[in-house]
Design a protein around this ligand. Structure first.
Ligand code: ZN
Length: 279
């Protein structure tokens, strides 16, 4: 992995964690939705126009780091531009990703260059261009005179918060706030357990399959990166001692399982996937 790849990953992760222009406008002049079923990425753009100028833009959605970071960068790049300039930029970006055209961006848009690295991973190109396609479709619909955002009238306030869904597993949402606090403490403790081979914590790697908390007893169902992993006992010991350090924990039970087998593509966090070079 080159230094540039590292830098690019950092820029992408930074946008993913701190998305610019995130959320949605209350009274948009233009709304556009996009989805990338290959990856499960979803996006909604809301735009406020000043004549032909794109005065405000917000992006709301869920999905992988590439799609969300790309949306964040896109909003930064087109905000304040005219619709025509935004379209031009979108075509330029897509040409780079799909046809390998040179990016040639002004310095203030250089974050977008970080996405060029994605070109090497054809399945992720769709993630990177989702926000730009959504923008283009939105602008085209607007030009055709389709009433902007009429279908979202009256829905405001009822919309589920997509960011919440992205970060909170469904199972956790049903528990009360007290249980969530305990669960969080367990997760935090488990994040201190590092797989020495990959030098990443077992939670982000997706090795923790399940945690049950009942009256001070914690049961952890976990796996290892491979059945032949010689570090099994080390990790088990670390899980035990990390959890025992939580004051209310009386007993720790660890259950090592091999089904389903560990698959970093679907189980590891976005950060861990980037560390592992999986896009
Ligand atoms: Zn994606």
């Amino acid at each position: 992995m080159s230094l540039t790849d590292d830098l690019y990953r950092e820029i992408i992760l930074e946008h993913f964690k701190n998305p610019r222009n995130h959320g949605r406008l209350e009274r948009p002049d233009l709304t556009a939705q996009g989805a990338n079923p290959f990856c499960g990425d979803e996006l909604e753009l809301t735009l406020a126009l000043d004549g032909e100028r794109l005065r405000e833009i917000r992006a709301d959605g869920k999905g992988c780091s590439i799609s969300q970071a790309s949306a964040s960068m896109m909003t930064e790049a087109v905000k304040g531009k005219t619709l025509e300039e935004a379209q031009k930029l979108a075509h330029q970006f897509k040409a780079t990703m799909l046809e390998g055209a040179p990016m040639n961006l002004p310095p203030e848009l250089e974050d977008l260059e970080s996405l060029e690295g994605v070109k090497k991973y054809p399945v992720r190109i769709k993630c990177a261009i989702l926000s730009w396609n959504t923008l283009l479709e939105g602008i085209e619909a607007h030009r055709r005179g389709k009433p902007a955002a009429s279908h979202v009238e009256g829905e405001e306030g009822e919309r589920p918060d997509l960011t919440q869904q992205m970060t909170t597993p469904a199972a956790e949402q049903e528990k009360g706030p007290a249980a969530e606090g305990l669960e969080e403490q367990v997760q935090t403790a488990l994040k201190s357990v590092i797989d020495p081979e990959l030098n990443m914590n077992v939670v982000d790697l997706g090795l923790i399959y399940q945690t049950d908390i009942r009256e001070g007893r914690v049961r952890v169902v976990y796996t290892l990166t491979s059945p032949g992993c010689p570090l099994g006992p080390v990790i088990k010991g670390q899980v035990q001692s990390a959890l025992t350090r939580i004051p209310w924990v009386k007993e720790v039970q660890t259950d090592l399982v091999w089904t389903p087998p560990w698959d970093p593509h679907t189980m590891a966090s976005e950060e861990a996937k980037m560390e592992l070079g999986i896009w």
